[in-house]
Design a protein around this ligand. Structure first.
Ligand code: TYD
Length: 221
């Protein structure tokens, strides 16, 4: 009679042994975020952490549909674009990120709310304060433990991207420069929650800085 209880208690305590945490990677298109997500995931896994790698937009089945619409659909108003990105995040946090954190996983997301504040708030000129509020509502105020901004100049990002792949990438360098400045300003405002890395350095050098900072969170021995 007592066995099922004993089993679930054992599971609960092993989940409690590792506390979940969320690291978001942000930056312009072509900055090299995805490489850094992959490298950090490998480091955390080697240290025995369970890792969930995910991305926005598109981290859920609904998100995949929203991603197709917002990146490859026809013309849309700036507010419609902001709402689609917000819907993607609402679903992603509710269905994927919060459950993974509750299970004690290390969650690494390629883009999060700051992308919308930068792209829709600054890039599309909707206003950073309004878009930030919309985003916080969408994710029910889930703030990352750490946000890594992988910083590259707009022209370097364009060079690395090569061919244009979606509606946002197709924008001019001015748009991408406004986004870059906005990421840097957000990071400067909260140095305790952000790490800015120079995306023009070698991937291994960037990774070393990221791992150092993640270690300071006390989640990696
Ligand atoms: P993606 O192919 O995921 O590009 P990347 O490898 O640069 O992350 O495309 C996502 C695009 O959507 C990218 O141009 C940034 C943009 N975006 C927003 O405009 N708002 C958002 O909230 C998010 C998450 C992304």
């Amino acid at each position: 009679m007592t066995e099922p209880y004993a089993g679930s208690l054992a599971e609960a305590s092993s989940a409690a042994a590792a506390e979940g945490f969320l690291v978001a990677f942000e930056g312009g298109d072509g900055a090299g975020k995805s490489t850094q997500v992959r490298l950090l995931a490998a480091t955390l896994e080697a240290a025995g952490r369970q890792v969930l790698v995910t991305r926005q937009p598109g981290g859920t089945p609904l998100g995949q549909q929203l991603r197709d619409l917002v990146l490859h659909g026809g013309p849309m108003s700036a507010r419609a674009e902001a709402l689609i990105f917000a819907a993607d995040k609402a679903q992603h946090v509710d269905a994927v990120i919060r459950p993974a954190l509750a299970a004690g996983q290390a969650v690494l997301t390629d883009r999060y709310t700051d992308s919308s504040v930068a792209y829709q708030g600054a890039g599309r000129s909707l206003g950073a304060v309004e878009v930030h509020e919309l985003q916080m509502w969408a994710v029910d105020h889930l703030v990352p433990d750490l946000t890594v901004v992988v910083d590259v100049p707009a022209d370097e990002g364009r060079r690395r991207r090569g061919a244009v792949h979606d509606r946002l990438e197709a924008e001019a360098d001015d748009f991408h420069d406004a986004i870059r400045q906005h990421f840097l300003a957000m990071a400067a405002g909260h140095p305790d929650r952000y790490l800015v890395v120079d995306g023009t350095l070698a991937p291994e050098q960037i990774q070393a800085a990221v791992v150092d900072r993640v270690r300071s969170l006390g989640v990696l021995r």
